[in-house]
Write a protein that binds this ligand. Sequence first.
Ligand code: MLT
Length: 395
Amino acid sequence: MHINQNYLNLKDSYLFSVIAKKVKEYTATHPDKNIIRLGIGDVTLPLVPVVVSAMQQAVTEMGAAETFRGYGEEQGYAFLRQAVCGYYGKKGVALRDDEVFINDGAKSDLGNILDIFSPDNTVLIPDPVYPVYVDTNIMAGRKIIYMNGNAANDFLPLPDKNIRADLIYLCSPNNPTGAVYSREQLKAWVDYALENDAVILFDSAYEIFVRDKTKPSSLYQIDGAKECAIEFCSLSKTAGFTGTRCGYTVVPHELKRDGAELNKLWLRRQTTKFNGVPYIVQRGAEAVFSDAGLAQINGNIDYYLQNARIMADTLTKLGIWFTGGENSPYIWLKTPNGMPSWDFFDFLLEKANVVGTPGTGFGVNGEGFFRLTAFGNRENVLEAMRRLQSVGIAT
Ligand code: MLT
């Protein structure tokens, strides 16, 4: 018997678990402190009314013999897959409902999708990056090449013709930096993937924050993307589903490698290893895509974007360099006076009782940077910004 030795190559703990542990230890020794959490991107506004009533209705159905449902389709109910297609239609992207797979959030599928690719594939991952892309590939023992995101390229790395990769992770609007790729930049990635026979794994979990209509909110808005990309999206941030759990993965029929349709492989994988998302949750998710649902969730997104503006204004006032905060719920700032990321984390926790995420947790290029999220409630965001201004962090 042998364990998967690749697990021994992982850092001891997942980034957000480390932060949660540190905050727990601090609160245990300082129970009187009012800690404001702007670390993990967890939403604070409740589910919107149309979602709540759709789920209540679904609960009632599940409690009556005539409308009760047992196992559903592993890839999700057709009503929800069609609603997702309708949403993509509004973006000018035509999808068939069997190209949409309902999941319990993007994180699971971003890791699970690796089942359908050979362990020999080389993976290209931006740095800084959402740690799930890195950790899941380390677990599978894949070779990882990193591409540098930095202030010089606005944290939006572009393809390098000298580098050959099979799988490419992109996230736009980006977690952690909040940076958003333009149409031309994404076209460069699609062209690169097509030339190299590579597959892009495109994380669009923050697509709803794109308010600048010149910027793409789906990679499929770029010609050729259906032949080279899988897109992952989540209702966690879109509709406050971090605790409710629902998202979707799009695998277009046009996407073929080694003569096989990836859509068929993924369906085969999901029907074997996944039993679907609860009916009640899928009814709630369906309501998100109704006209009333979209209007209500966009009200919440406006609120978070306003938080981001408040945070951006404070950083500007303090003379602190940052990116993001526009078309994104994340603000990525340079730590004052070149302070290492974890030192700044400790400083903010102790002096301002504000929790953020150290940039170095997202990769080596994150050293000297720090991420704040705009998902707090308004009062806390305002208070956190007041505290930032009073602890002497101006550069
Ligand atoms: C984050 O803070 O980066 C996200 O909330 C984590 C996630 O979506 O899993």
